[in-house]
Design a protein around this ligand. Structure first.
Ligand code: ATP
Ligand code: MG
Ligand code: ZN
Length: 514
């Protein structure tokens, strides 16, 4: 890797001429030390000069210390050397020019740009592919300190590999199957439920009104979850917030996968002012025209402050963020069904199995690696009993690429011990109306993941006595459970399994319309 940097430090005052020798010596020692600490490569401070309150330095390096890292280190050393003696402080630095040249594994399919990069140039030499990255000189100092340069270089490679292989390779391996079950219908479950007035579309995309009839079935499923999973395994219910600000999605790393396939949130905005006068014009307009002036309204609201609950568990972590959990409180075992989750499901209109406003059950557990593995497997086994025995569904389990690997670029960040057990299992149900078992697409109704250290690390959570902390979680929606169930069993209660019927006192009669 080749680097060339021209950087300018701003000083609190001019440096006296007698300081020159000292600075020269400091640079010389720094260069020598850098060279000594590496057996290859070349690091050079090729030029430096001061003029007024500016100190300009030019650094070039080949397969050696990156100049921007050198700048961060030199800043400290310079401050110490000239601060006390000459009463001159370092105010900060700015890049004049920063060029990084590195070899690429593959050449890009097409050119692209990146934020904080002024120019990207791809070229070939002797059959090898290279990129010349010119960093935007306006890049903020604190971004440089926090690793943005390194991530820019990594991002170039990631984007090229994505161009070649598309999104992350999907992995799908069936690990268990209930075997064939008798199904009582081959009709489309959404249409059946619509005709029976169990569910009704709203004016808004992929949103439904759940009538008392279907709500009674969702309630039955809640009781089943409690009796079969949460009671025996000692889980407690809690209420996780459903409005999620950026700080959460930054730490959970959802933000960096935004609309990249796997994280499609609804955004939330705030009024720029809550003063009645600020909105008076809008209110008058609506009163007179009975329409909403959307563009005018858009001017009066902020950029998104975050969005609506998407994956349900991330906002949980704000509760224990930065804390040290007492040993006696571990493992933590909770579940949440306190409100809907929102996803912008793009494409055509979907049925009840793919809605924009969904009602999910989230199951979440935190503890030592052993605890988390043990709980994860226990939850998985109990869920199997619910799907296979209580609901009598034809289902299978599949090991799949975990969502957090699908949406962000962190494959290489998992350590190998985690690698063996960390992962996701999906439950999938056969949907007879879609065709044969072999050829049709089965419906994912639930997943369960052992996530390892990702969340405790991301939210800086520790445990007493430095116990390593892991987490795991799973989710499944009532919409998916019920679509799968109706798809196999139909609407007629006589065809429903007794173990399920036990949980339904009386199914409310659907409201009839004339
Ligand atoms: P799919 O690939 O089918 O879109 P997903 O991978 O996006 O599913 P997850 O993010 O793993 O789903 O969420 C877990 C569970 O949430 C799913 O198993 C399903 O029960 C439920 N779920 C997800 N998206 C929807 C949706 N749009 N409508 C209803 N339920 C959903
Ligand atoms: Mg999805
Ligand atoms: Zn979760």
């Amino acid at each position: 890797m080749k680097h060339y940097l021209e950087v300018q430090f701003t000083l609190s005052g001019p440096l006296p001429p007698e300081s020159k020798g000292e600075i020269e010596e400091l640079f010389k020692q720094f260069t020598e030390k850098t060279q000594e600490s590496r057996d290859k490569g070349e690091f050079k401070i090729t030029e430096w000069k001061t003029k007024g309150t500016k100190l300009d330095i030019t650094i070039s390096s080949v397969d050696s210390l990156s100049p921007h890292v050198a700048v961060l280190r030199l800043r400290k050393k310079l401050s110490a050397a000239i601060g006390k003696k000459y009463r001159v402080g370092l105010r900060g630095f700015a890049f004049i020019k920063y060029i990084i040249e590195t070899e690429l594994e593959e050449k890009p399919v097409k050119e692209f740009t990146l934020p904080l990069v002024k120019n990207l140039e791809f070229f070939e030499e002797k059959g090898k592919s290279y990129v010349k990255i010119e960093i935007d000189p306006e890049i903020e100092e604190d971004f440089v300190e926090k690793g943005a340069i390194e991530r820019i270089v990594r991002r170039v490679g990631e984007k090229i590999s994505k161009q070649h292989y598309g999104a992350k390779r999907e992995h799908h391996q069936i690990s268990w199957y209930s075997g064939e079950k008798k199904h009582h219908t081959e009709e489309n479950p959404t249409q059946m439920m619509q005709k029976a007035n169990w569910i009704q579309r709203t004016n808004y995309r992929n949103q439904w009104i759940l009538s008392p009839t279907i709500t009674a079935l969702a309630e039955a499923l809640k009781h089943i979850m409690i009796d079969y999973v949460y009671e025996p395994l000692g889980f407690n219910q809690m209420m996780i917030p459903k409005l999620v600000d950026w700080s959460i999605w930054l730490r959970s790393e959802h933000a960096e996968g935004i609309y990249q396939g796997g994280f499609e949130p609804y955004f939330v905005v705030q009024p720029k002012s809550a003063d009645p006068e600020y909105f008076e014009e809008i209110a008058d307009y609506i009163t007179i025209t009975k329409t909403i002036p959307l563009e005018k309204l858009a001017e009066k609201v902020s950029a998104p402050i975050g969005g609506l609950s998407y994956a349900q568990c991330p906002p949980f972590w704000a509760w224990i963020q930065g804390k040290t959990l007492a040993k006696e409180s571990l493992p933590i075992k909770v579940y949440d069904w306190s409100g809907p989750t929102y996803r912008y499901e793009s494409g055509s209109a979907y049925g009840f199995e793919r809605v924009d406003e969904l009602h999910r059950i989230e199951t979440l557990f935190i503890g030592s690696p052993e605890q988390v593995k043990q709980i994860g497997m226990a939850v998985k086994d109990k869920l199997r009993v619910i799907f296979e025995e209580v609901l009598d569904l034809e289902v299978r389990e599949a090991k799949v690429t975990p969502w957090w690997l699908q949406q962000s670029a962190h494959e290489d960040e998992m350590d190998s011990a985690e690698d063996l057990v960390v992962g996701t299992i999906d439950y999938e149900a056969y949907m007879p109306y879609r065709g044969s078992r072999e050829e049709s697409e089965w419906l994912e109704i639930q997943n369960i993941s052992i996530i390892g250290q990702k969340y405790p690390k991301g939210f800086s959570v520790k445990a007493e006595g430095n116990i390593e902390l892991w987490s795991g979680c799973g989710g499944g929606s009532f919409e998916r459970f019920l679509t799968a169930f109706i798809s196999q069993k139909g609407l007629d209660k006589d065809n429903w399994p007794n173990k399920f019927l036990k949980y339904i006192d009386k199914l409310p009669e659907p409201v009839k319309f004339h």
